[in-house]
Design a protein around this ligand. Structure first.
Ligand code: F6P
Length: 343
């Protein structure tokens, strides 16, 4: 049995831990061969491979990024993309493909795994955004939350020294999980998420009430958050091959509005890719490793068209289609819970 492995979409801490677990268990327990595909779906599309064996995965457990590389290549949009992927998998004698990715990468796996194309895919959910349905958590999220929390802790002390409002922009395109968790953990005074449009006047009122008691306010805003009477703030107009626009800018915009409306100094820190880089947290190493072990078991069982998922403390298998059917967003009741700390 030869198993292909690829990592697609935005990278996140823990990808290497998954790859290591797949290869270690697959070689040691099942005597499988592995082949790595470079840069997400670009690898199978263009036949670009990398050797994947036990020496290749030695020492990578704590390493951020992915030894396989990643991209947002969409083979469904490429000319003869599906045919080329199928031909390359046949040429490299790949019997099964483990696809580690988020909504877009797994969406491609869902299509390729259906009866029409019949590719033997098993999915592993990853994204720092934690917005994949069917799994309680994705690996990468915990690390991102810890990084954002540490940033908020640091920003509190400098904000206090200068009595400024500091806005922290975190990632989160459609879902505010990173903003909510890091905002709560870091004691933010305002948390703004994509799921609930915000009122700038209300944000300014919270900021001012904080200054009144001689505390410097910290505002955490997810990149996809939108004001009540405006739209999402874009970095530029470019789209990736899955049709997503590049975000970032809402933090800068909001700081300017706060300054204009309150007369108080407001500055912005955009955490950006810092949230995705570096070594995974212990939780993410644990989750990623378990996902890898269960993904290779799904291959051994011939249980294709499935994704491994965390339910409580169990790893279960769910249909790939269920994983990508809808985005897991923050429930209004969870957001309401946090609002006791606003202002
Ligand atoms: O998909 C996860 C994510 O972190 C989003 O929150 C963010 O919008 C996106 O990746 C940015 O990715 P990149 O800069 O690689 O295009």
């Amino acid at each position: 049995m030869r198993v292909g492995v690829l990592t697609g979409g935005g990278d996140c801490p823990g990808l290497n831990a998954v790859i290591r677990a797949i290869v270690r268990k697959g070689v040691q327990e099942y005597d499988y061969d592995f082949i790595g595909f470079r840069d997400g779906w670009r690898g199978p599309l263009e036949g670009d491979t990398v050797p994947l064996d036990i020496p290749a995965v030695r020492g990578i457990l704590p390493r951020g990024g992915t030894i396989l590389g990643s991209s947002r290549t969409n083979p469904l949009k490429a000319e003869n993309g599906i045919r080329r992927v199928k031909e390359n998998l046949a040429e490299f004698e790949v019997d099964a493909l483990i696809v580690i990715g988020g909504e877009d990468t797994l969406g491609v796996a869902t299509t390729l795994a259906d009866d029409e194309y019949g590719i033997n895919c098993v999915g592993v959910p990853k994204t720092i955004d934690n917005d994949l349905s069917a799994t309680d958590y994705t690996f990468g999220f915990d690390t991102a939350v810890n990084i954002a929390t540490e940033a908020i802790d640091r920003l509190h002390t400098t904000a206090e020294s200068h009595m400024r409002a500091l806005v922290v922009e975190v990632m989160g395109r459609h879902a505010g999980w990173i903003a909510l968790h890091s905002g709560l953990a870091g004691g933010a005074n305002v948390i703004l998420i994509p799921e609930q449009r915000f009122d700038v006047d209300q944000v300014c009122a919270w900021v001012e009430s904080r200054f009144k008691i001689r505390y410097a306010p910290i505002v955490v805003v997810a990149e996809g958050a939108m004001p009540k009477d405006g739209d999402v703030v874009l970095k530029d107009g470019t789209l990736d091959s899955f049709g997503h626009v590049r975000l970032s800018g809402v933090g800068e915009w909001l700081a300017k509005e706060i300054e204009k409306r309150t007369g108080k100094e407001a500055r912005t820190t955009v955490l950006g890719h810092i949230q995705r880089g570096g070594t995974p947290s212990a939780f993410d190493r644990w989750l990623a490793t378990r996902f890898g072990l269960h993904a290779i078991d799904a291959v051994r069982d011939g249980d294709f068209g499935k994704m491994v998922a965390l339910r409580g403390t169990d790893i279960v298998r769910v249909p790939l289609a269920a994983a990508t059917a809808h985005i897991k967003t923050v429930d209004p009741s969870l957001y309401a819970e946090a609002s006791v700390f606003f202002g």
